[in-house]
Each structure stands twice: as C-alpha cells, then as structure tokens.
Design a binder for this molecule. Structure first.
Ligand code: BES
Ligand code: MN
Ligand code: ZN
Length: 460
C-alpha cells in the first residue's frame, strides 16, 4: 500500500484544525463571520470526533474542524484523528494546530485508511497527509506498512491463507530483506523432531510446516520471534460451535504479527540477529486427526496428554519454543491467538502479556502505552501450575476446571522455555470487532508496534 504521507504539497494542503470544548470558543472567535455562522448553523461544538468541513467562498474546502477530548479528560483517544480517514473527501490535508499527540494522530490517519482490497476495490476516498515538521515519514510509513501486512494476512480467508500461503508470505518477506528462509514440511516434522506440530496439522490435506527466517549479523543479540500460525481452527475433533468457529481464519494472527514485527525490525536494520519461527497448520477434522486423550512426546521430551484438541495453539508453540530455546536466545517472544479466556479477562483491545523479567515487563507496558498499542501484564501464577498435571503424561494441554485459561496456557508454554535469557508471551486477539478510529473492523496488528518500539530502543 502506498504511504498516505505527502512530503511535498504542504502549502496547498487543506488545514485541519483540532478543537476541544474548551479551546473551541477561542478558535471560533478567530474564524471569519461566514465560517463562524456556518459552524453555529451546523451545531459544531468540538465534541470528540465531531467533524465540520468549512467551505470557501468559491465552494472549495477552506478548512476542516475536528473535535478532540479536552486536555483534562479522563481518557483521551490518541487515535481519534484516525476517524478522519473515513469522513474526509479525497485530497491532501495538513494539521493547522497540534492534536494531543501529532505522531499518533498521523499514524492513526494512516492506520484508519486501511481497507482490505483483495477481493473488491476500496470504497474509501484517498486521504493524504502533509506531515508536520519533526515527524519522520519513513518511520511512520514503516509502522503503517507493517500493520497493513498483519491485517491483510489475518483478513485473507483460510481458503487463500493456508500453511503454504503463510509460508509464501514469510518467504517473500525474507527475500525482500535478504534473510535466510527454510521450511520443514509434513512428515519431515516427525523426522526432525517436531511431533506436536505434526500431530496438530496432520488431519488437513494442507500439510503442516515449520517456517523459519534468519536475518542479521550473527554477533548481534539473538532475538527470536515465534508466532502461532493456525490457518484455520475448527477445534479438531473437540469441534468448535459454529459461532466459536466463525472467526477462526484469524487464528494465524500471532504469525501475522511476528511477520509485521520482523518487517519493521529488518526494514529499520536494528542491530539484532533476528530469527522468526512460525508453526503453520490447519486444525482440521478428518480420519487422521489427533484425538482427545492421545499422548505425544514433545520435542523437549515432555509428554503431553491431549485434554482437548482445541487447545492446539499451545501445542505447536511448545515445539517451536523448545526449538528456539535450544540456542539460548537473548530475547524470546511468542505471540498467538491462544485463548478465548484472554478476551474474557481483558476484552479484544487489551491483550495480556506474560514475563518473569521485571525490566522487560516495565518496558513492554511503557512502549505499549506510548504507541497506543495496549498490552496488560498478567501473572505466570505458579500456584496454578499443578492444574496442568496429567495422570498419564507429564502434562495435559487443557486444564479442565475452566479457571484462568490464559494464565494456564502461559504456564503450559513456560514448561518449554528453559534457557532463553528472557521470555515474553502475548495472548492476542488480532481482531477489531467493530471499527474504532484508526482501527477498522477486521484483522488487527496487536503488540507488534509496541514491541517494535521496545526493540528500537534496545537495539536501534
Ligand atoms: N484459537 C483459539 C482461541 C481463541 C478463540 C482466540 C476465540 C480468540 C477467540 C484456541 O485455539 C482455543 O480454541 N482455545 C481454547 C482452549 C481450551 C480448549 C483449553 C479456548 O480458549 O477455549
Ligand atoms: Mn483451538
Ligand atoms: Zn486456535
């Protein structure tokens, strides 16, 4: 997608004036008599999200007024200006004054301009922005482009986004940035000791695979990203209900987001040795599907009893994490749409994250807030660890008591990480249920922007 940021054209751009209920009287007094009367006639009072297009005498657009929360408001939606992408006519605009956060406002406009156009053309007008001084167009475009990648991957339906297509997306990314790429496919997963990835993926006619991308100077700190790539989650034989299954094309949202993060890291040439691992499978139903109470030895040797085939994400991540852990990475990050319980606990907009590294936790929380890419820490609560006990194997993949599902999933994954200097786990939703400013309904980039800021600070 071409960048919405226009580096020339600032003089001819249409000004957007931001106003709040407290700044509006002074702004109104500065308008021409006609404009003031027009605003009054339209009942414009600078309420948050209100937009008024002021005409010039010749019928052209003179300027745009847009309402924001008061400086003192309990909550300010820093993406609020992203709503302009849906209401303004095509053209190039500029900020006439400064919104609460100009960088996030510009980013929100770019993120709000996203449309999924794979199967039909966009219905939204082409809104462009002449960036205010001091904002880095390349950096903003890098982030917006990565979000577009994540959203496109998630929005693409399963029939066009199976394990093969997901691998192809990773391969194209690798080729663009000169990264090494490899895939372990189908029965090779058994030979190369990825038994859980194989077990989950074997029911589908579309062979499971472990996608691997390797980039950067081998002497730099080792950062490894692992993303859940379940291209469709039917639940397997512990089949989901129809409403539970409906959105499950998004179950590769973790993979989409680690690819988005990897794209930003490589494009910005951060000083890391980056490794991306994506176990890509379809959790399907067939005669060769894995079953409830099957037991598999994992890559790490831990045996796993299958309490529920619908807890498949943690299974494929377990083998990928164990593999990642073998080289003792400096920072190991995994992301996945792992539990409905995360959504129940915090809702779709606030994914939980887990880590034992206190400094990392503080950095994640701070970067998430700074990027308006919210994340909330939840605990790796050791007293619940025994809930993973199995009577026949080392652990069970689905504790049956129904409590703290996102936490017990994180505790399950923790069993497969031993050597990494630092481990971070995100249980994301990867979907915006209904449009908000800067966040159109559909697949969402979650966590990747916050983590890109964190990695930029540490390795920029
Ligand atoms: N992909 C789902 C989790 C999910 C569901 C994320 C809905 C977002 C929205 C995952 O594979 C799953 O089915 N998890 C089960 C685990 C349970 C069987 C222990 C869940 O959350 O119900
Ligand atoms: Mn599932
Ligand atoms: Zn799943």
């Amino acid at each position: 997608m071409p960048s919405i940021f226009d580096t020339a054209a600032a003089s001819s751009a249409i000004p957007i004036t931001f106003a709040t209920t407290s700044t509006w009287p002074a702004i109104r007094d500065g308008l021409s008599d006609e404009a003031r009367r027009f605003a009054t006639a339209n009942g414009f009072a600078a309420k948050p999200g209100a937009c008024l297009i002021l005409p010039a005498p010749d019928g052209q657009i003179a300027q745009v007024l847009f309402g924001l929360e008061d400086e003192t408001a309990k909550h300010k939606d820093l993406f609020r200006p992203g709503a302009l992408a849906g209401v303004l006519p095509a053209g190039t605009y500029r900020f006439a004054n400064t919104p609460h956060d100009a960088r996030l406002a510009a980013l929100a406009l770019a993120l709000g301009s996203y449309r999924f156009t794979r199967y039909r053309k966009a219905d939204a007008p082409d809104v462009r922005l002449a960036l205010p001084d001091g904002l880095d167009a390349a950096e903003l475009a890098r982030v917006a482009d990565a979000a577009t990648l994540a959203r496109d991957l998630v929005n693409t339906p399963s029939n066009d986004m199976g394990p093969v297509e997901l691998a192809l997306a990773a391969q194209q990314l690798a080729e663009r940035h000169g990264a090494r790429f490899r895939c372990v496919v189908g029965d090779e997963l058994v030979q190369q000791n990825f038994p859980l990835i194989h077990a989950v993926g074997m029911a589908s006619t579309r062979a499971p695979r472990l996608i691997e991308l390797l980039w950067g100077d081998p002497t730099h700190p080792k950062v490894t990203l692992v993303g859940k790539g379940v291209c469709f989650d039917s639940g397997g034989l512990d089949l989901k209900t129809s409403s539970g299954m409906l959105l499950m094309k998004k179950d590769m949202g973790g993979a989409a987001n680690v690819l988005a993060l990897a794209q930003m890291v490589m494009d910005a040439k951060l000083k890391v040795r980056l490794r991306v691992l994506i176990p890509a499978v379809e959790n399907a139903v067939s005669g060769c599907a894995f079953r409830p109470l099957d037991v598999f030895a994992s890559r790490k040797g831990i045996t796993v009893e299958i309490g529920n085939t619908d807890a498949e994400g943690r299974l494929i991540l377990a083998d990928a994490l164990a593999y990642a852990d073998e080289e003792t990475p400096d920072l190991l990050i995994d992301m996945g749409t792992l539990t409905g319980a995360a959504r129940v606990a915090l809702g779709p907009e606030l994914p939980p994250f887990y880590t034992q590294d206190e400094a990392l936790a503080a950095d994640v929380a701070r970067c998430a807030a700074a990027e308006n890419d919210p994340l909330w820490r939840m605990p790796l609560w050791a007293p619940y660890d025994s809930w993973l006990d199995s009577k026949v194997a080392t652990i069970n993949n689905a504790p049956s008591n129904g409590f703290a599902g996102s936490i017990t999933c994180a505790l399950f994954l923790q069993r497969f990480v031993a050597q990494a200097k630092s481990w971070l786990h995100l249980d994301i939703y990867a979907w915006t249920p209904s449009s908000k400013p800067g966040r159109p309904e559909g697949g969402e980039c979650q966590g990747a922007r916050a983590l890109y800021k964190l990695l930029s600070e540490r390795y920029g």
